[in-house]
Design a protein around this ligand. Structure first.
Ligand code: BV8
Ligand code: ZN
Length: 250
């Protein structure tokens, strides 16, 4: 099924869910987790750093890594893929944007009420009392791997942690619930730039398919979601998504 067929599906849809992963931010210059060479996994073995244990053992390394990522995101901008997702809101009767990403590029491209399944780089909180903490004022980007002491909570003195969901941690219940509800009700789910390996987030496109939705995948490489994709648009999001919107709505 080519882009034209996928555009037709999209053009007729009542409720569209957009489900994104690190790949949609790749063309903005934000490293993905798995892409060889540039991927965060290969440089920092993100799977072992993105855990409560790592923060417990070496809070400065973990805080420094997230500050490096946050400052990097502040220095880049949304790309044409994020902008095409934002444009969908003007065309489809009901749109739900769900992301696994912890950057704010969907919001900066104009998407509203984005469901963040794995939290955000821009919502730090106290690791002890969980109260929200202010973002550090500094504009400096630490070097990769540079240790930075996390700020202390003004209320209880505990260490401030990134507002993201680490491996082994529960996803925010409200976010997961609204994502699952949207996936089970939508008629088209667009899965963009995700390797579909991390659960329970990876369940979302599968739930949509089981609920009878058409699944359109946008990814330059094969993924475990290929078998459930009604349409597999092989290529970069910043190229394919604008073409999809233009073909569907001119
Ligand atoms: C939980 C926030 C349970 C932090 C993230 C088996 C063994 C061990 C563990 C598990 C297991 N089965 C399940 C688990 C649990 C684990 C898990 O799923 N592990 C995986 C590795 C197997 N899950 C968890 O721990 C979750 N919590 O299960 O809690 C529980 C139960 C009860 C009580 C308590 C707890 C929490 C998981 C959340 C982890 N946090 N992020 C941070 O950002 O640092 S996950 C993180 O990785 C992302 O958010 C995302 O979800 C995932 C990365 O995936 P992608 O976004 O898909 O990115 P990736 O790099 O993989 O792929 C990029 C894709 O883009 C590629 O396909 C590429 O081809 C494509 N691409 C590249 N360029 C482009 C492009 N596409 C389009 N255009 C381009 N230009
Ligand atoms: Zn506190």
């Amino acid at each position: 099924m080519a882009l034209n067929d996928a555009a037709k599906l999209l053009g007729q849809a009542r409720h569209v869910v957009v489900f994104t992963g690190a790949g949609i931010s790749a063309e903005s210059g934000v490293p993905t987790f798995r892409d060889a060479l540039t991927g965060l996994w290969s440089r920092f073995d993100a799977q072992s750093l993105a855990t409560p244990q790592a923060f417990q053992e070496d809070p400065e390394l973990v805080w420094g890594w997230y500050e490096w990522r946050r400052q990097l995101v502040r220095r880049v901008g949304p790309n044409d893929g994020h902008r095409a997702v934002a444009q969908l809101a003007a065309h489809v009767p009901q749109l739900t944007v769900i992301t696994q990403n912890v950057d704010d590029l969907h919001e900066r491209a104009g998407s509203t009420s984005v469901v963040h399944l794995h939290g955000s780089l821009f919502a730090p909180r106290c690791a002890t009392c969980s109260r929200p903490a202010p973002l550090p004022e500094t504009e400096d980007q630490p070097d990769e791997g540079q240790r930075v002491a996390p700020p202390r909570c003004v209320h209880c003195g505990g260490p401030v942690r990134p507002g993201v969901v680490w491996f082994g941690e529960q996803l925010p219940e409200a976010a997961l619930e609204s994502a699952a509800r949207a996936a089970s009700e939508c008629d088209v789910l667009l899965t963009i730039g995700t390797s579909g390996l991390v659960y329970p987030a990876a369940e979302i496109p599968r739930l949509a398919a089981r609920s009878g939705a058409s699944v359109i995948q946008v990814n330059p490489r094969p993924t475990p979601l290929d078998p459930i994709a009604t349409a597999n648009l092989v290529g970069p999001a910043a190229e394919i998504l604008p073409a999809l919107v233009t073909t569907a709505w001119g």
